[in-house]
Design a binder for this molecule. Structure first.
Ligand SMILES: [Fe+2]
Ligand SMILES: [Fe+2]
Length: 482
């Protein structure tokens, strides 16, 4: 996924059309041309408010320099994406400097940043012209209020200042997000609404914080310019807090995934199982055209779907022969245990339901809750198919791997009984196409050295499984039961 959440960072940071010269490039060029034309034309919009230049000129100079500086301060957001601290100076500039100089100041800072970063021409053109247009529209919106320079107001109703703050915030972020969302809609062939929703999800909090500081900057400047330096404190705290939360999130995700990997490593035959299931579940979810946030949720849940096996004893997990009913019950508990563990971790909680239900069957004969049909979460139905295929094409303690063709045949046979027929159809179509599908079978043949395993000591009981077979069933029991 490209950095779609960077919409509110107000720059085009990376787009697949730059990386791969695909069919969307001509349309992208046309679009950037239109934005450039509109951006330049917006400079001819007459100022919506006026004031003697000696009032706003010092603010214009200081804010232009500050914008250039802050363009290089990018803050990563906890939910992904990032935003630039220059939003603070941009908002203050639109409030304090009349059009078209406000737009010119902001566009200049972006131009400097693009030159320093050696941005490609198309990207730089879009970023500069886009900001020109965004700032012009926000300046125009300010015209509905007037100027903030009459603070303190002779009427004593400073609360009306909320109006220009709201006008600038809504128009600035609205236009900015829309312009960049169109880029991603073109390059990723996605609906604009979906791109906008994803970007808002990632950076709304940062936008609100920086806009509020920008508005306070303008307000304090009007009262006493020197006092604006105190705003550096909340700005730094906000930036550091977001960065800290982001790092905590990354570390938590890494720790939980490591646990899931350790579970996979307990059994030589499930080496990298969760990793493959996660990659293929995400691919299948995209084939099914599920919304991108749902795809990400499925991928994350799939990467830890067997985490609950941490509570399954080696005697059961690695048993080469048939399981007794008690052992089977213990094995089946991994779905509930996994979801219980994940429910306690805020970052993984949304996917806990997928983990709980990844062994349900379409006909209601699965576990732990015997859900049927669409009552099973769609993510769990996706993971179920991919998980079963990966299990079938891997060796298990009780049987050898099936061939790819044989496994696909069994998946097709189970459509409408074990698995959602629509998802099976999409999976079979996906498998017929060339693509980066890491096959368990190929891993099996190349797993002898297994260097990664050496880094993690295995439990003493994790020895090479014996070739004894568990009773075969019509549909691979691993796909149905573990
Ligand atoms: Fe699994
Ligand atoms: Fe499982």
């Amino acid at each position: 996924m490209p950095e779609v959440q960077t919409v509110t960072e107000q720059h085009l940071t990376d787009s697949p059309a730059y990386a791969r010269r695909d069919s969307s490039l001509p349309r992208l060029r046309t679009y950037v041309g239109i934005v450039a034309g509109l951006g330049v034309a917006s400079l001819w919009i007459s100022p919506t408010w006026t004031a003697p230049s000696e009032i706003w000129l010092p603010a214009f100079v200081v804010l232009t320099m500050l914008s250039i500086l802050l363009e290089f301060v990018i803050v990563p957001m906890p939910a992904g994406g990032s935003f630039s601290m220059a939003t603070i100076s941009h908002v203050a500039t639109i409030l304090l400097v009349p059009a078209p100089l406000a737009a010119a100041s902001i566009a200049l800072s972006v131009l400097v940043e693009q030159i320093v970063r050696s941005a490609p021409l198309l990207k730089a053109t879009f970023n500069v012209a886009g900001m020109l247009l965004t700032a012009s529209v926000a300046s125009f919106a300010m015209g509905f209020y007037g100027t903030v320079w009459q603070v303190p107001s002779p009427t004593g109703s400073e609360l009306t200042l909320l109006l220009p703050f709201a006008l600038v915030a809504i128009s600035y972020f609205g236009v900015n997000a829309l312009l960049l969302s169109i880029v991603f809609a073109i390059t990723d062939h996605r609906p604009i609404v979906s791109v906008l929703r994803d970007s808002a999800r990632g950076t709304l909090l940062g936008e609100l914080a920086t806009t509020a500081i920008g508005a306070h900057f303008a307000l304090i400047w009007v009262i006493e310019p020197l006092l604006v330096v105190v705003l550096a404190v909340p700005a730094i705290v906000i930036a550091r807090s977001f960065d800290h939360i982001r790092r905590l999130n990354t570390e938590t995700r890494g720790a939980v995934r490591s646990l899931a990997e350790i579970v996979d490593h307990r059994d030589a035959t499930t080496f990298h199982h969760s990793e493959r299931v996660a990659a293929n579940a995400a691919r299948l979810a995209r084939v099914l055209e599920l919304p991108e946030p749902e795809v990400e949720l499925i991928e994350q849940a799939a990467s830890v779907h067997d985490l609950g096996k941490i509570g399954v004893p080696d005697l059961v997990l690695l048993k080469p022969g048939p399981l007794t009913s008690v052992e089977m019950e213990s094995m089946r508990r991994h779905t509930e245990l996994g979801s219980e563990i994940l429910t306690g971790i805020r970052l993984f909680r949304p996917g806990a339901n997928i983990v709980r239900h990844h062994h349900e069957r379409w006909d209601g004969g699965g576990y732990p809750d015997g859900l049927a049909g669409e009552a099973i979460p769609v993510g769990a139905r996706v993971v179920a198919v991919v998980d079963a295929f990966d299990a079938m094409t891997s060796d298990r303690p009780y049987r050898h791997a099936l061939s790819r063709t044989e496994a696909l045949g069994r998946i097709a046979d189970g459509a409408g009984s074990q698995w959602d027929p629509r998802i099976v159809g999409a999976f079979l179509a996906m498998m017929a196409e060339p693509g980066p599908l890491p096959a368990a079978a190929s891993e099996k043949t190349a797993k002898a050295p297994q260097p990664a395993r050496r880094r993690r000591p295995l439990p003493a009981t994790a020895k090479t499984p014996q070739p004894a077979r568990r009773r075969p069933s019509a549909i691979d029991p691993e796909g149905a039961e573990a």
